[in-house]
Design a protein around this ligand. Structure first.
Ligand code: ATP
Length: 200
C-alpha cells in the first residue's frame, strides 16, 4: 500500500458510489461504517461496555438497538464522545489490519462518514470529499430510506459544512449531474490519486 485515502461526503452526497468506482479502478475499499457495526456485534468488548453504560439500548435477544442508542447519544455531545471512545479505536485498528492484509493494492480508500469531525483525516495521506446540492441529497436519501426529510436534515446538521470539508480536502468530487458524470468526476480524481501514489 502506497497511499491511504480518506473518502467522505454528507448523507446522500454520492460517497458510496464514488467509493465503489474507486474500487472498480483497483482501490482497496474499507467501509468504516461496516467496521463500526462489527465493533458492536453481540459478545464483543464494545457491545458489553455499551450495554453497561446505556442499558436502554438493549434490544431483545441480547442484541444492541442501534437506533435507540443513536437517539440517546446524538442529542448529547458528551455521551457521543463516550461512545466514540469505545468504538473508534476498534474501527481504526481493524482498518489498518485490513490494509496490511491487502498490501498488493497501491491505494487504500477508507470510506469515513465523519472523516474530519473525528480526526480520521490525520491518519490519511490524501482526502476526497463528495459534494452535492443539499436539496438533491435530501431527495435521494428519503427516496431510498425510511428517514423523513426532517430526520435527514437533522443528520446533515451533525456533519461538517460541505464547503468547509471541501476547503480541508485534498480533492473534491462534484455530484450535481448524472451518475455517469459522477463516475467521470471520480475517475479524474482517481488519476490524481494514482499520481500521488507513484510519487509516494
Ligand atoms: P449515505 O451517506 O446516505 O450512505 P452516500 O453519500 O453514500 O449516502 P450514495 O449511496 O452513493 O450516497 O448515493 C445515494 C443514492 O443516490 C443512491 O441510491 C445512488 O445511486 C443515488 N445517486 C447518487 N448520485 C446520483 C446521481 N448523480 N444521479 C442519480 N442518482 C444518484
Amino acid at each position: 500500500m502506497r497511499l491511504r485515502v480518506g473518502l467522505t461526503g454528507g448523507i446522500g452526497s454520492g460517497k458510496t458510489t464514488v467509493g465503489a468506482r474507486f474500487a472498480e479502478n483497483g482501490a482497496l475499499l474499507i467501509d468504516t461504517d461496516e467496521l463500526a457495526r462489527e465493533a458492536v456485534a453481540p459478545g464483543s468488548d464494545a457491545f458489553h461496555r455499551i450495554l453497561e453504560r446505556w442499558p436502554a439500548a438493549r434490544a431483545a435477544a441480547e442484541s444492541l438497538d442501534r437506533s435507540a442508542l443513536a437517539r440517546i447519544v446524538f442529542g448529547d455531545a458528551a455521551q457521543l464522545a463516550e461512545l466514540n471512545a469505545i468504538v473508534h479505536p476498534f474501527v481504526r485498528r481493524r482498518a489498518m489490519e485490513l490494509e496490511a492484509a491487502s498490501a498488493e493494492h497501491d491505494i487504500a480508500v477508507h470510506d469515513v462518514p465523519l472523516l474530519f469531525e473525528t480526526g480520521y483525516d490525520r491518519l490519511c495521506d490524501a482526502t476526497v470529499v463528495v459534494i452535492a446540492d443539499p436539496a438533491v441529497r435530501i431527495a435521494r436519501t428519503i427516496a431510498r430510506s425510511a428517514l423523513s426529510a426532517d430526520e435527514v436534515h437533522q443528520r446533515m446538521t451533525r456533519q461538517i459544512e460541505p464547503e468547509r470539508a471541501a476547503g480541508l480536502a485534498t480533492f473534491t468530487v462534484h455530484n450535481d449531474g448524472t451518475l455517469d458524470e459522477l463516475r467521470q468526476n471520480a475517475d479524474a480524481v482517481w488519476g490524481q490519486l494514482q499520481r500521488l501514489a507513484r510519487q509516494g
